[in-house]
Ligand binder design. Structure first.
Ligand code: ALA
Length: 411
């Protein structure tokens, strides 16, 4: 059998993404904003519409075949997620609305019920607002303290500061696996081991890691791992919270309602065992099915191949961008995922974004929901180009040409 080389394979995968045939401002779209949200392959869109056309009913309730089919699809998706992140059991997989809800769930269920004023959570300055604000709310509610690990000028975490941050009051380490601004992949396995040596659990925000690289939660040994489907080529409004089973069993519910109970009276409620305890109400069944389809699509390619493809794009893009006079990359440390932030001398990031948009190129320009990190680098904003598996070298060439055009227009 003839083997296609990797580049040819990835170029042909573009055809799976119908939206990439569309235009942006009348030009063929060059989509470099996958860190904000990835585009969806036909396989995901079809899985979701097939569900509505052929198998739709509510789950865990009906005693009829359609409901059984819907329940089987939903629970099979839990298995698919379990295999994808290498959890020990599918009972450790909870479906939530996204990374943000997963972190809020931990802060409110575990933190609010078990911690006291003066207890501490270790965060880093490179966190997305979704891993800052839930802890800030808890600080307002019960008086916990937030300890923030700094980053170096090249965008690496200060590991010495991390090692020194633990005290007898430390209750949680909550850090990002990969930065949505800098692209930095943090040494989370080593950081988890350090936290565990202090008997402190670790929550990883995997929103920007899971789409780009293989993740094995048992190998990392983290206690919690959260991510969103929409950055993983799946639908919006659905995500995953992984938690070690022994911790989950001990956690109180986050929200109350149908499907998360065993028995209900006005005087006493007993709760469902397992992940259902944290899935109150009718869930986003179609979203879960779309997430499973996205994961199966990625598994057929292999996450290692996705990682290698995006690393090759980084190797192509970083020198090409650095060669543009006046362009400064923000976050140069390695390893990094396919996320590149930069600023230009004398041109505001939003102006660059506008020029790129007119050339058909979609990037994000702004604070990227990471205001403390922007302040750390004394910047109001950056331009961010982020890769998905569908991007190709010729799109980097177009990006470079459009930045040069912006330079000519604004200087
Ligand atoms: N968290 C997404 C981003 O970084 C929205 O753009």
């Amino acid at each position: 059998m003839m083997m296609l080389d990797k580049k040819t394979d990835f170029a042909s995968l573009r055809c799976d993404f119908p939206i990439l045939q569309e235009t942006n401002r009348g030009k063929p779209i060059i989509y470099l904003d996958s860190a904000a949200s990835a585009q969806k392959p036909r396989q995901v869109i079809t899985a979701m519409s097939d569900f509505y056309y052929q198998d739709y009913a509510n789950i865990h309730r009906g005693i009829y075949e359609l409901s059984e089919r819907a329940t089987a699809l939903y629970e099979n998706a839990r298995l698919v997620v379990k295999e994808f992140i290498h959890a020990k059991k599918s009972e450790e997989i909870i479906f939530v609305r996204g990374t943000t809800e997963g972190i809020n769930l931990i802060a409110q269920s575990l933190g609010r019920s078990r911690w006291q004023a003066g207890d501490e959570v270790i965060l880093t300055i490179m966190e997305h607002h979704s891993n800052i604000v839930p802890w800030y709310l808890l600080k307002e509610q019960i008086g916990i303290e937030l300890k923030v690990i700094p980053v170096t000028d090249d965008g690496a975490l200060d590991i010495e500061a991390y090692q020194n941050a633990f005290t007898p009051r430390t209750k949680m380490v909550a850090i990002t696996h990969a930065s949505n601004v800098l692209g930095t992949i943090n040494p989370v396995k080593e950081m988890t081991a350090i936290a565990h040596s202090h008997h402190v659990p670790v929550l990883l925000d995997g929103a920007q890691a899971v789409p780009h690289m293989p993740v094995n939660v048992q190998d990392i040994d983290c206690d919690f791992y959260v991510f969103s489907a929409h950055k993983l080529y799946g639908p919006t409004g659905i995500g995953v919270l992984y938690a070690k089973e022994e911790i989950l069993l001990d956690m109180p519910p986050y929200q109350g309602g149908g499907d998360m109970i065993e028995t209900v009276s006005f005087d006493h409620v007993t709760f469902a065992k397992g992940p259902q305890k944290f899935e109150a109400g009718t869930p986003d069944i179609a979203g879960v099915i779309g997430l499973a389809a996205a994961i199966q699509y990625l598994q057929a390619i292999s996450m290692q191949a996705v990682f290698d493809h995006e690393q090759a794009l980084l190797d192509y893009a970083l020198p090409a961008l650095s060669a543009i006079p006046g362009l400064r990359l923000i976050g140069t440390t390695i390893p990094k995922v396919g996320v590149i932030s930069f600023v230009m001398e004398n041109i505001h990031p939003h102006d660059i974004g506008t020029v790129l948009d007119h050339e058909g190129i979609a990037v994000r320009a702004g604070h990227h929901c990471a205001m403390p990190l922007m302040q750390r680098f004394h910047l109001p904003a950056t331009v961010r180009a982020s890769f998905g598996l569908y991007n190709q070298e010729n799109e980097i060439d177009a990006l470079v040409a459009a930045i040069q055009l912006a330079k000519r227009l604004f200087n």
